[in-house]
Design a protein around this ligand. Structure first.
Ligand code: GRF
Length: 193
């Protein structure tokens, strides 16, 4: 089986990137081969350098020889021409149960504030295929996280982020195991609390 080369697009602290790096540390079938950030100050770049990975700071991702592209906290819209080059091979992780609480401007703390304001009793994380809109492509898998009475955006974010790490690793490993299928896959949802 040839090695699956994974490009990770980031904008923030990089804990989802870190979860992938840790999970693939001894993998013989998949490896993160490049990290591209939309922000020079992203902590994710420090994590990439620590892992001795090629990094770049770009406004539009030049993805060269990636087999799979993972948006992990990436805040920009991927140009449609780039999305079109990765059918069923570009995924995003979002800190809510899409299609709710997604779309332009719904990222980070704002997502959890909106979830709490809505009175929802369950939140969670979603991994989906990327299309040319924010957070809209076919869902691959979701992890549900219970909202508790005294949750603040920060406490909910922390629990959801842990679920994100597990969900992202699970989906990437399953896509690699299946040889990056050309058709969308849908994995069963999990409860992560
Ligand atoms: C995560 O909550 C991710 O779902 C969202 O931005 C945050 C990035 O976190 N898109 P990190 O940079 O992976 O730590």
């Amino acid at each position: 089986m040839t090695l699956v080369r994974i490009a990770v697009l980031v904008s923030g602290g990089g804990t989802n990137l870190q979860a992938l790096l840790d999970a693939l540390q001894h993998s013989k079938t998949a490896r993160v081969t490049q990290v591209i950030s939309s922000r020079a100050a992203a902590g994710a770049l420090d994590r990439a350098r620590q892992a001795r990975l090629p990094t770049a700071v770009l406004q539009d991702p030049a993805l060269g020889d990636a087999d799979l592209v993972v948006l992990a906290g990436y805040l920009k819209l991927v140009p449609a021409a780039v999305v079109a080059r990765f059918p069923c091979r570009m995924i995003n992780i979002h800190p809510a149960l899409l299609p709710a609480f997604g779309g332009p401007g719904m990222y980070g703390r704002r997502v959890h504030e909106a979830v709490l304001a809505s009175g929802a009793r369950v939140s969670g994380a979603t991994v989906h295929y990327v299309d040319e809109q924010y957070d809209r492509g076919p869902i691959i898998a979701q992890a549900k996280v219970r909202v508790v009475a005294d949750d603040t955006p920060a406490t909910l974010a922390t629990r959801v982020l842990t679920a994100e790490h597990r969900l992202l690793v699970r989906v990437v490993l399953e896509l690699v195991r299946r040889g990056l299928p050309g058709e969308p896959i849908r994995l069963e949802d999990v409860h992560d609390d």
